[in-house]
Design a protein. Structure first.
Lengths: 333, 333
DNA sequence: AGCAATTGCACAATCGATTGAGCAAAGCTC
DNA sequence: GAGCTTTGCTCAATCGATTGTGCAATTGCT
């Protein structure tokens, strides 16, 4: 309490400089020339502000200003390579544009997502990037009714523009790569298993479509029980694979790096048989290429996706288009 | 511009409810009972607020309130497992305490760290967690002169309380583990190489001390050229190891997971000789345990460190103590 | 009926920064 | 010297929410 009394305000500086608060404000916000304050007064005020350790109270400033320059992002995870990279690149790009980024991690909790969006609106964020939101349209409705621009990233919604990876094409390519490799391993042909993700979310659905399409083009039917939609949990991925018993898969499409953690754990329990397993993973991890049996990974093009996001932000578009960004297929054979 | 004109204020709601702005404010900030507003008016105001999509203007609110409840954190990276985890856990713990977390990624750029700290102070953050700051004392000075509590995390400073891992002990233990393993590999005895990090930063210095102490206790002298302080760059770690030519190390202490990326890349260039390499890594990665040749990793105890941070925050201590949190040694043999 | 206590508000000032408008002083031109 | 223009400020209102204080109406008690 006491410490907040000690923070100097423009009134304190005005007294020390022998000027008005208005002049002090003009100097400190950089508009002194436009408002015809003399250079000598400007220099005096700036010196005193430095000596007094003055910091503008942004909350007061924002109450009066037209633009907050705050851009908000909700994001499911930080401790995942892809989302961590999104967060980092987003901040860098926002700052380069003179914006103040505020990111909130929502852990794939719909209520927390909604609450975080409300908070960002209360903080006068001008735009909100809903990244990997479980219910993008609920958040879009909230933002629209508050007059705040919203953009979906990673998972699309119907009520706002979206930027997503081309999950279908990349998954198809990765599947073909795995199928091709398994074909050249004696006794390893046939349908792969698909493990990880939620069928209810767009990205898993698109990746599964790509997976199935690649099989179809080779005349391979994928039995329903080859689809293990275990959500985003290493434990559940490992458990589902364990439950397959000795008739375990020799070829896997792993959906998400969190599922890959479970797959790798399970694989190490196979003993000598583990050397016959082939897999590919959608998404990418820097250590992934060095894991034995991994023949490819799909990396989402984060810089390019974010370029699209900032273009949409600048254009203030009202359309609900969905822009698809190609992924990068990294082959390790 | 136009959209911001449409946001309802308490004055709009007051008109619709047939009440005063003061009553509306009391209802919406939850103090209506204390301020003796009737339940019927409270319910009417809440209903109208919901219908109108009202969101409090936090800037206005903070201008009048005593406490902002904002806690800030600066952090070097998001796309690193350890820091990503810190960010995620910090947010969760802050929210559980009714605080509003604001995190900024500063990419180990001293000027950006200072600027981000200034910004957080301007936003009326009550406390700032300087995580892995390159110049913690500069940030502490800034915060103190602004009357803002500051706590160092991961790297200690002299002017504020700090919470750091016990880098020395864990590095010693990991080194002993690697040395022991190398001793039982024919022809692999002798001093390990230490790769990664900056000698100027506390954590690297402590880890190096632990590394050297473990060697000393076995009567092994570590030649100066075994210390490859390549900073936090996979490329530089790989290059430094390549420059050792055919007389490459058989035992490595890898400092940081970013260095490990370089080490793994380099290792794959060794051909058949790679199977003789033994290494351990300080820090931890979920895929690390499955990388051939990796015999152990040190994991920093993020939840425990953050518990300490929140204790310090709550105690408003003025001391500059440095609290050390033990690490977890994960063995893969 | 009169007085005291309680209920249920409204009023007005405040918070710190911004900005439109106005005015005095200085300088320039005829 | 008079009038106009420019310079260099200051004043006062505003932004939206909060909060101390005060007062009218109602209720309860004697």
């Amino acid at each position: 309490m006491e410490t907040s009394r000690k923070k100097p305000t423009i009134y304190d500086l005005a007294g020390l400089a022998g000027a008005s608060p208005s002049a002090v404000s003009s100097v400190l916000n950089g508009t002194w020339q436009k408002r015809r304050i003399s250079r000598s007064l400007a220099e005096r005020v700036m010196r005193i502000a430095g000596e007094e350790g003055y910091a503008v109270n942004v909350q007061a400033s924002l109450l009066r200003r037209e633009k907050s320059n705050i851009v908000g992002m909700i994001i499911p995870k930080y401790d995942n390579r892809y989302f961590g990279r999104i967060a980092e690149e987003f901040e860098t790009m926002a700052r380069a544009r003179g914006l103040f980024p505020v990111i909130t991690c929502t852990r794939r909790d719909p209520e927390l997502e909604f609450e975080a969006a409300r908070e960002l609106i209360s903080y006068q964020a001008e735009c909100l990037i809903a990244t990997g939101a479980t219910d993008p349209d609920r958040i879009a409705s909230l933002c629209k009714s508050a007059g705040v621009q919203v953009i979906n990233l990673d998972l699309p919604g119907a009520l706002a523009p979206s930027v997503v990876s081309d999950n279908f094409t990349a998954a198809q390519q990765l599947t073909e790569l795995i199928l091709h490799k398994c074909d050249s391993d004696p006794g390893s042909g046939g349908a792969l298993h698909f493990v990880g993700g939620r069928l209810s979310d767009h990205n898993t659905a698109m990746r599964l479509r790509g997976f199935l399409t690649a099989h179809e083009s080779r005349g391979i039917a994928v039995p329903e029980h080859h689809i293990l939609a275990t959500g985003y949990s290493a434990d559940r991925a490992a458990s589902a694979l364990e439950r397959l018993g000795p008739a375990h898969p020799l070829g896997l499409f792993v959906n998400s790096t969190i599922s890959l953690e479970g797959v790798i754990r399970w694989r190490s329990s196979l003993g000598a048989a583990q050397s016959r397993l082939r897999f590919g993973c959608f998404d990418w991890d820097p250590f992934g290429s060095f894991l034995p049996g991994n023949i490819g990974m799909v990396e989402q093009d984060v810089p390019r996706m974010l370029d699209r996001v900032f273009e949409l932000m600048a254009s203030r578009t009202l359309s609900s288009e969905c822009q698809t960004v190609p992924c990068i297929l990294r082959k390790f054979v």
